[in-house]
Design a binder for this molecule. Structure first.
Ligand code: ADP
Length: 263
């Protein structure tokens, strides 16, 4: 609350009244502060690859381009940084679409189990051989209404994190559990884990437990924030459980009953 105070005073100096106005500014100020932080974060995230690229390009222009050993390496760095910026801008566009008021999901009925198998199969082809996948799904067919492209993005973000933070020879377990009015989907890894104090924050935009590591692994810090927006838009919840050095499980739910859409 913000209080503004006006004193009503006569010319003689006597005070004969006070006006107190109370404003509920907390919510408004919070949104404003978050917006400012977001813009600062975006600017910083874009400036980092840009300054790196500038120095490598300067070195190339200053003559490094003639060096057959150095030149390809410097060009590779600028390519990597360009890729990072493209990923970042794509994630930002995605978030801004999800933020916009007139945004609508394109839901269709999907057999979730066979759909989930297909998503995992795609990773099975590209993953390192020593990481193993385990699928623990119910036998029955589960048909739910989802925006398939959007949920694929959620799963892609969660699975690529599990792979990024998995150790050599790690196991990644995919589970689907049927509950009363929703399904619970989870992805568990045996990786570095997340400290308790960070668990709830990893779904915030640009929040990373280890900035340097995330950068090295090519992360944008937006993957889980996007996942959260999409899951909430579907009427589900998303959360994480983790033990440091033991592993992490990311859970999310999706309603099985048809949620009535706003007219
Ligand atoms: P990033 O692009 O950095 O991976 P995300 O939004 O996907 O961003 O994740 C936010 C942060 O949460 C990561 O930087 C990492 O610190 C942590 N995190 C996410 N998934 C895992 C996981 N499976 N194991 C350990 N840490 C994780």
């Amino acid at each position: 609350l913000r209080a503004s105070l006006s004193v009503i005073q006569k010319e003689t100096g006597f005070v004969n009244g006070l006006i107190v106005v109370l404003h509920d500014i907390t919510e408004h100020e919070k949104i404003d502060r978050e917006r400012r932080e977001f813009v600062a974060n975006v600017s910083h995230e874009l400036r980092t690859p840009l300054t790196t690229m500038r120095s490598y390009l300067e070195a190339l222009a200053d003559g490094a381009w003639r060096d057959e050993e150095i030149a390809p390496r410097f060009i590779e760095v600028t390519q990597k940084e360009t890729e990072r910026m493209i990923r970042l801008v794509n994630d930002l566009l995605q978030l801004s679409k999800l933020d916009s008021k007139d945004y609508k999901l394109k839901k269709t009925p999907v057999n979730f189990i066979s759909y989930f198998h297909k998503v995992i199969d795609r990773f099975e082809l590209t993953k390192q051989e020593n990481v193993s996948f385990i699928r623990d799904f119910p036998d029955e067919k589960i048909v739910i209404e989802i925006d398939q492209d959007k949920i694929t993005q959620v799963l892609d973000n969660i699975i690529s994190n599990a792979l990024k933070y998995s150790p050599q020879g790690g196991k990644i377990t995919f589970r689907v559990r049927k509950k009363e009015d929703h399904i619970e989907v989870s992805v568990s890894d045996e990786g570095v884990g997340i400290p308790k104090s960070d668990l709830s924050k990893i779904f915030e935009r640009f929040y990373r437990v280890d900035k340097a590591r995330s950068r090295k692994l090519g992360g944008t810090g937006l993957g889980l924030a996007i996942a959260k927006e999409v899951v909430i838009a579907h009427g589900g919840r998303i959360w994480a459980e983790s033990q440091e050095r033991k592993g992490t499980t990311i859970y999310f739910t999706l309603p099985t009953e048809r949620v009535k859409e706003d007219e």
